[in-house]
Design a protein around this ligand. Sequence first.
Ligand SMILES: Nc1ncnc2c1ncn2[C@@H]1O[C@H](COP(=O)(O)OP(=O)(O)OP(=O)(O)O)[C@@H](O)[C@H]1O
Ligand SMILES: [Mg+2]
Length: 321
Amino acid sequence: MDKPILDVRNLSIDYPISIGTVEAVRDVSFTLEKGEALGLVGESGCGKSTLGLAFLQLLRAPGRIIDGQILYHGNDIVTMKNDALMKMRGRNIAMVFQNPLTSLDPLYSIEDQFYETMKQHEPKITKAEAAEKAGKVLEDLSIDKKRLYEYPHQLSGGMRQRIMIGLGLILNPDLLIADEPTTSLDVIVEAGFIDLLAKLRREYNLSIILISHNLGLVAEMVDRIAVMYGGKIMELGTAEDIFGKPLHPYTEGLIGCVPNIKLDQKSLVSMPGSPPDLVNPPKGCRFSPRCPKCMDICREKEPELKTKEKGRQVSCWLYNK
Ligand SMILES: Nc1ncnc2c1ncn2[C@@H]1O[C@H](COP(=O)(O)OP(=O)(O)OP(=O)(O)O)[C@@H](O)[C@H]1O
Ligand SMILES: [Mg+2]
């Protein structure tokens, strides 16, 4: 088997703030194979965006990686120098951010936005060459290439969203990180978006990390799912395993909040209790204060993420004895 495209090892990320340190990501490890799609799910504030931004060394201040490695084709992004990072962003790994609708510059035509993106990596490219490539990508995204000459305010939300993805794809990356890509879309546009992502994955041979608290979306799109809680991976497995046979009580809770994952596209807000304070996380398992199956040991000692069966990991004392 090929080496994984991404191999994340024991990654921990802090935000030091005035009242203490937000332990936003703790000891996260997983791999992503070539062409694979992985979903990162969990309630708001569990560290999904922090993790996604770290893959491109784009953490917002005062965030910093305090431990671990992010190996992209074997090269550690954590220790990569600025020049190499600049080259890698966009060309190798592309990111579609949470709130993409504010990420297009209103003063530039779509053509110019593509041209500027391409010029950063290919300084000699002409505007005509850039427009030709951009037009092809727009067609892959089912957008008429005449739209190149329009400005963001002339386009619908769904179209702007697709243009953001096009800007992500124009340099032919092999990894796309999409952070809540459909939050601002209505359900019909969202359904089309899932199909589009599946098509792009095939045509561009992309590996994808899809970050979302929308379980319905993730279930339809990905091969494997990592369930995060309070900065940690609680469970990792194939989408079928996670939905069909959840092991962790937190995963059970999440699925319980989505009675019919095909119909209910809503978030995970209905689980009782609230996520932990990451400045003062609970002792032991971070989920223990909310866990219906909590035992004494769970309040004392943190369980490790252990392999339960092939391709299936869980961090829970129920399985860790
Ligand atoms: N720039 C920052 N400074 C301080 N704390 C931050 C910063 N960004 C995120 N955090 C904290 O880090 C933790 C993880 O946040 P993150 O945005 O990664 O969560 P998330 O899972 O993406 O949530 P959401 O679903 O709401 O997007 C939270 O406790 C958040 O308050
Ligand atoms: Mg987020």
